[in-house]
Ligand binder design. Structure first.
Ligand code: NAD
Length: 335
């Protein structure tokens, strides 16, 4: 019996985490879910964004499945996602982007993984107004954080038979910060002589990705570029509804989709649950339940390629719960 923290979150979060929970349970895995919540909705009810029980649950279980949390734009509270990633030093943000047969896109074979540094860069929250008409933010890059994310990317490439790692940067302009990041990526690359290493400037990378994404296998980059590239790459394979993610530290991991709380479709039972369900599959892989993780990924893939029970974003008309039911049926059939 595993004990896992479940954070439903805001917007479509409660709908898609509920789907993921049902799908994971359909594999037969015994889980005691510790359901605690954080975010804008909790703040409205209780006047606190992250109640103590969330920290307590995370610190006890060391593993969580989390829905998206709304962060106000331009004003208001700072991101809870960034807070959790920094507080627990969840330095690797891993986002696999893979073409699922049945989803119409201009590309035949996209299969890449983004390793985004998750604790520093312009997300360090060091920002100030210098006058009424100017403001500045500090971009923090450290050797420690850059070396460890580069190492994770190369380790992954080696383990998963990927032949190339691409470091993405803007060191032509930000010579000290992105320059340091590149020095670290180069240093790690030298310890993996069998894996090709290349460097691409972020603006060129955006063009290359939308022209020929299949030329990339593993991408390693800093926090802001990784955040933006993740959404861009989601667009290559059918949108935010299908791309999962993980925030992994030394001894804690939080699994969540790349997408946000999607307020435009929240509460309507129309959100695509795939991204959160596949984040759940990543979580099962992390705890060593690889067969059950594969069963979930297969069931998702079959459901999408059949095209009968898929949500609106994929061109269907099914509800979140109907698509979830279809995925569960495939899991039960495979037993
Ligand atoms: P978003 O990802 O919530 O939505 C972007 C677009 O994609 C919307 O049109 C939405 O309807 C669509 N979409 C997203 N997920 C979908 C799904 N599962 N199925 C179908 N369509 C889906 O991005 P946004 O609108 O820029 O952000 C909304 C809020 O989410 C903001 O407050 C932002 O800060 C927050 N956010 C949170 C996280 C997180 O908690 N990890 C990540 C990103 C954004």
């Amino acid at each position: 019996m595993y004990s896992i923290t479940l954070i439903p979150g805001d917007g479509i979060g409660p709908e898609v985490t509920h789907s993921a929970k049902r799908v994971i349970e359909a594999t037969g895995l015994k889980i005691s879910w510790d359901i605690v919540n954080a975010g804008a909705d909790v703040y409205k009810d209780r006047g606190v964004l992250v109640p103590d029980e969330v920290f307590e649950s995370l610190e006890k279980n060391r593993i969580a499945l989390k829905g998206p949390i709304t962060t106000p734009v331009g004003c208001g509270f700072r991101s809870i996602n960034v807070l959790l990633r920094k507080k627990y030093d969840l330095f690797s943000n891993i986002r696999p982007v893979k073409k699922i047969p049945g989803i119409e896109t201009p590309f035949k074979d996209v299969d890449l993984v983004i390793f985004r540094e998750n604790t520093e860069d312009l997300y360090s929250g060091i920002e100030r107004s210098t006058s009424e008409d100017s403001a500045e933010a500090v971009k923090v890059i450290t050797r420690k954080a850059s070396l460890r994310i580069a190492k994770k990317a190369f380790e992954y490439a080696e383990k998963n038979n990927r032949k190339k790692v691409t470091a993405v940067h803007k060191a032509n302009i930000m010579k000290l910060t992105d320059g340091l990041f590149l020095d670290c990526a180069r240093e790690i690359s030298k310890t993996y002589p069998d894996i090709e290493y290349e460097e691409v400037i972020i603006d060129n990378m955006c063009m290359q990705l939308v022209m020929n994404p299949s030329r990339f296998q593993v991408i390693v980059t800093t926090n802001l570029y990784g955040d933006i590239l993740s959404d861009l790459c989601a667009g290559l394979v059918g949108g935010l509804g299908i791309v999962p993610g993980a925030n992994i530290g030394e001894d804690m991991a939080i699994f969540e989709a790349v997408h946000g709380s999607a307020p435009d479709i929240a509460g309507k039972n129309i959100a695509n649950p795939t991204a959160l369900i596949l984040s759940g599959a990543m979580m099962l892989n992390y705890i060593g339940e690889t067969e059950k993780a594969d069963a979930i990924a297969d069931a998702v893939s079959k459901t999408i390629s059949e095209g009968k029970y898929i949500t609106m974003d994929l061109g269907g008309s099914s509800s979140t719960s109907d698509m979830t039911d279809a995925i569960i049926e495939k899991i039960l059939e495979s037993k």
